[in-house]
Design a binder for this molecule. Structure first.
Ligand code: FMN
Length: 169
């Protein structure tokens, strides 16, 4: 196995959250499914997070222009939303994605997806184009939590859910 294939296989074994990065403003309304959402710091000026978006996706350029975005952490029952914003099943058109998903604008006009377990509306803090991906860092300006605290996971190339492990001591 070459280095790239081994890297992809190794990373496929990590279970990650599934989130949809959305943005709206002068740069347009766009949204894309990402597994790259990562918490950076709860402290500092505002809590901060990052996500990585492929440079060919229009979402990265739109976030850079709009200066605001929302990280929508999907709940377990939202596989269809993950597929929709990943362009699966013919949803390549971003306007169509927002017609088919329920959402409402947040305080800064960013699309908050209905049913997400948590939504993090963010102001763009900094961004770096690294090789193929924009690494986008945002400061959360507001966080909304739904009643469903179970996040949808993705690992070993399939959607998954977390189960509690009991320990026999
Ligand atoms: C579970 C899952 C996780 C993904 N994670 C990312 C990611 O972190 N960054 C990214 O750029 N694309 C990621 N993708 C791929 C994009 O969702 C997909 O390529 C996207 O729809 C491309 O459409 P666009 O170019 O119109 O935005 C992921 C897809 C899935 C199904």
């Amino acid at each position: 196995m070459d280095l790239r294939a081994a890297f992809l296989e190794g990373m496929s074994r990590a279970a990650t959250f599934v989130a949809v990065a959305t943005t709206d403003g002068e740069g347009g309304r766009f949204g894309v499914t990402v597994s790259s959402l990562t918490s950076v710091s709860a402290d500092g000026d505002h809590p901060s997070l990052l996500l990585c978006i492929h440079h060919l996706s229009p979402v990265g350029a739109a976030i850079l222009k709009n200066r605001y975005f929302c990280a929508n952490l999907l709940a377990e029952p939202q596989q269809d939303v993950a597929n929709l914003f990943a362009g699966r099943g013919g949803s390549g058109d971003h306007a169509d994605r927002f017609t088919r998903a329920a959402w409402q604008p947040g305080e800064h006009g960013q699309p908050l997806l209905a049913g997400a377990t948590a939504t993090f509306e963010c102001r763009l803090a900094t961004a770096l184009l690294w090789e193929t991906h924009h690494i986008i860092v945002g400061r959360a300006t507001s966080v909304r939590l739904s009643d469903n605290s179970s996040a949808l996971l993705y690992g070993q190339r399939a959607y998954r859910k977390a189960i509690h492990l009991t320990t026999d001591t």
